[in-house]
Design a protein around this ligand. Structure first.
Ligand SMILES: Cc1cc2nc3c(=O)[nH]c(=O)nc-3n(C[C@H](O)[C@H](O)[C@H](O)COP(=O)(O)OP(=O)(O)OC[C@H]3O[C@@H](n4cnc5c(N)ncnc54)[C@H](O)[C@@H]3O)c2cc1C
Length: 499
């Protein structure tokens, strides 16, 4: 495994299992899906069964609540399958259901998230309209209040998953301003038309009409009138996920190109021996790597709770422009074969063109960056910290360690057995033994037995780590926690629920 500040062994194991799944369940079918201009619905359920559609959602809705680096791995690998499929899944997960998860009330989450995570219901995000794309504030679709319902009229355009989704997370104008409302696709008055596109053929993109559609007021996402702020806030995740996907997209096309260059000969030599082509590849590889590291750094900032508007706008701008260049220049290496549908680079050339348009155009990204860099504009989060992060009750180290048996997940432990010694310094600390054997977890307030791993830490650091206030990697690097066997510790932490 390559050394990384961000990815641990468990992330790489996840990458491996994803690659196996995609190789078996996705790659053999993508050509057919491109031809059918659609992805079969059963693949959503397969993705749901594997838990993939819920990797970042809370466990109580059927999600896995994994850290953001799993999302990075997921999107990188997803992008190496098929751009249309990848777009459909990303919109469902990180653009549409994301709004419900972040701003929706409990009833709305219960109504939509479990089925969306299981792949039984497909989501779309409906913001753009024929006369409002870059200028979100200009949208015209409106919702009039009538008793306990909204009556919605208007039209949306370019909606990914649009003809076959089950619900739309829709931006509408209400009395109090722009709001987000979930509209069931089967509601009376909803009609949709599939669009004919240049690329992303396996992706379903539609024009959607709402004609006096009655929607219960309880389908409002968050607060009425806060839709614009929610959309602007979520654009950051959307733009970052586009960039993450393109890391995988770039690496995939570069690998295909290198393979072709090694076997294609002209004038008696493989074309990868010509200096002009080698330098061209070297330049692309350097830019791909630079872009990747900037994206990883931004993911880290995001995971630390930073509001990364400038970075996400830069990522959307630079990574989509770079991907366009990478695919164009790689296609050139294939000569005439690059122009043939039998080669993946040909399809990628069509698919990539939308990158600098959808999710905010390059011009709009430059506009946002210019406002921040030139005018010193500062953008505010739509959600206050208390909206999104539930404050965890303060607990002392002793209480936390004694709560381990309650948080133990025997179904994850299977035949895992271990003895761990904790040596926690400070007034709230002490010496503890945690023993896992035969599906049972016990804590003793002394050191007993032969430990597989010994952990030495200050009480305040242990509390901060368990309550999610201190980053474990940083604590480790800065010597604030000492772990005798990191591999054993990783296995151990996996069998407990977080506080
Ligand atoms: C395949 C595909 C999938 C999509 N999926 C979705 C989806 O799921 N949900 C959704 O809501 N939308 C979706 N979109 C819509 C997409 O986000 C919009 O197309 C995009 O935001 C641009 O809006 P527009 O097409 O109206 O272009 P316009 O806003 O009309 O822009 C036209 C041109 O003018 C430039 N321009 C506009 N304003 C300025 C300015 N102030 N300064 C400089 N230049 C400017 C733009 O950069 C562009 O070059 C999708 C689009 C496509 C093509």
């Amino acid at each position: 495994m390559k050394k990384s500040l961000y990815f641990k062994e468990e992330h790489e194991l996840f990458r491996q299992s994803l690659q196996d799944f995609f190789k078996k369940e996705i790659l053999p079918h993508t050509n057919q899906w491109e031809e059918n201009r659609q992805i079969p619905k059963n693949i959503w359920e397969k993705m749901g069964e594997m838990g993939y559609l819920g990797i970042y959602h809370e466990e109580k809705y059927g999600g896995l609540d994994l850290d953001f680096w799993y999302t990075v791995v997921f999107l990188e690998e997803l992008a190496k399958t098929n751009a249309g499929f990848s777009g459909n899944i990303s919109v469902h997960m990180y653009m549409a259901t994301n709004h419900i998860a972040k701003a929706g009330n409990e009833a709305l989450k219960q109504k939509y998230l479990p089925d969306a995570i299981a792949g039984k219901k497909i989501a779309a995000l409906a913001i753009s309209e024929p006369n409002a794309g870059s200028d979100v504030a200009a949208l015209r679709t409106n919702a009039r209040r009538e008793g306990d319902n909204f009556i919605i009229n208007g039209q949306k355009l370019w909606i990914t998953n649009g003809t076959y989704c089950d619900f739309y997370c829709t931006a509408v104008k209400t009395e109090k301003g722009l709001s987000l409302i979930v509209i069931d696709a089967e509601s009376e008055g909803v009609s949709r038309r599939k669009l004919n596109k240049m690329g992303l053929h396996s992706s379903d993109t539609a024009e959607v009409f709402f004609d006096n559609v009655k929607v219960p007021v309880s389908n409002l996402v968050g607060e009425e009138g806060k839709g614009f702020a929610y959309i602007m806030d979520s654009f950051q995740l959307e733009r970052l996920t586009i960039g993450i996907g393109l890391i995988g997209g770039n690496e995939w096309i570069l690998a295909e190109t290198l393979e072709y260059m090694a076997q294609r000969e002209t004038f008696g030599r493989a074309i990868n021996k010509y200096q002009v082509l080698r330098h061209n590849i070297a330049q692309l590889a350097a830019e791909i790597e630079q872009n990747k590291q900037f994206i990883y750094h931004t993911c880290w900032l995001l995971s630390q709770g930073e509001y990364v508007v400038k970075e996400c706008s830069m990522i959307k701008l630079l990574s989509t422009e770079l991907n366009k260049k990478v695919i164009d220049e790689c296609l050139q290496m294939f000569g005439g074969y690059g122009y043939s549908e039998d080669f993946v680079v040909c399809q990628a050339y069509r698919d990539t063109r939308v990158g600098t348009i959808a999710g905010g155009t390059s011009q709009i990204m430059r506009e946002i960056i210019a406002k921040m860099v030139v005018d010193n504009t500062v953008y505010q989060k739509a959600y206050s910290e208390t909206d999104t992060i539930t404050e965890k009750p303060i607990k002392i180290a002793k209480e936390i360690i004694l709560s381990l048996p309650e948080r133990f997940k025997p179904e994850k432990a299977l035949d895992y057995q271990t003895i761990i010694h904790y040596d926690i310094a400070g007034v709230n600390g002490g010496k503890y033994t945690i023993k896992i054997q035969d599906g049972v977890c016990e804590v003793k307030d002394n050191h007993e037995g032969q430990a597989k791993c010994v952990i030495t830490v200050e009480d305040s650091i242990y509390e901060g780590l368990e309550l999610g206030k201190i980053n474990p990697q940083e604590a480790l690097i800065n010597g604030k926690i000492n772990i005798s066997d990191l591999g054993e510790m990783m296995k151990f932490t996996k069998v407990f629920k977080r506080l």
